[in-house]
Design a protein around this ligand. Structure first.
Ligand SMILES: *[C@@H]1O[C@H](CO)[C@@H](O)[C@H](O)[C@H]1NC(C)=O
Ligand SMILES: *[C@@H]1O[C@H](CO)[C@@H](O)[C@H](O)[C@H]1NC(C)=O
Ligand SMILES: *[C@@H]1O[C@H](CO)[C@@H](O)[C@H](O)[C@H]1NC(C)=O
Length: 172
């Protein structure tokens, strides 16, 4: 008797699923991130730098605050605005241009309207594909974790404006 009961307890425990596994989703989303540094209404503004910062080199020591538009397609002018990338990036590489990105992708349109994801990672901007960590989220992206891959779409050497394609893969 006792061993039969024990067997059923064991069976019940063995078939129990962790709660997160059954409800977890994997989402891939793609947006274009526009760093507008030029013109009268920049979305990317340097706020601090070290006495030794040399922007002709790696810019080491510079801190930039961003509120960059995120669009569905590559064109900033004609593509649908999906949200904003708000946060900072810091030139954290002394000998190589490498940014520390620290930003929230805040969605204001589409099915993710009202939700956000937090991205933090190293962005060596002259590397073809840069991978950064998705460290969390809100709304439909609660409990999110995953990664983002950034690829430069256009970089205007004259103005410094950049458009970067972000592919984001998250479990949440
Ligand atoms: C900044 O770096 C450039 C390129 O290496 C160099 O020509 C320039 O002298 C540096 N400026 C300062 C203030 O060190
Ligand atoms: C986008 O619009 C701005 C302002 O209207 C204009 O200066 C710029 O050339 C346009 N860019 C593109 C790629 O069409
Ligand atoms: C996004 O959600 C807000 C709040 O619910 C709403 O006011 C707004 O119209 C929505 N925007 C779009 C583009 O759907």
């Amino acid at each position: 008797m006792a061993s039969t009961a024990l067997f059923f307890v064991f069976l019940a425990l063995a078939t129990m699923q962790p709660q997160t596994a059954s409800s977890e989703k994997e989402t891939h989303l793609k947006v274009y991130w526009h760093d507008v540094v030029s013109g009268p209404d920049p979305t990317s503004v340097p706020v601090a730098q070290a006495a030794t910062t040399n922007t002709s080199k790696t810019g080491f020591g510079m801190v930039v605050v961003i509120d960059d538009p995120l669009t569905e397609g590559a064109s900033l002018n004609s593509s649908r605005l999906m949200g904003r990338a708000q946060g900072t990036y810091i030139a954290a590489g002394k000998d190589q241009l490498a940014l520390l990105m620290n930003m929230n992708f805040v969605f204001t349109a589409g099915k993710y309207n009202g939700s956000s994801i937090a991205i933090m990672g190293r962005n060596a901007v002259f590397t073809k594909v840069r991978e950064m960590a998705v460290i969390g989220g809100t709304g439909v992206f609660r409990w999110a974790r995953g990664y983002a891959q950034a690829r430069t779409h256009t970089f205007d050497l004259k103005t410094g404006d950049a458009t970067v394609e972000y592919n984001i893969f998250i479990r949440h």
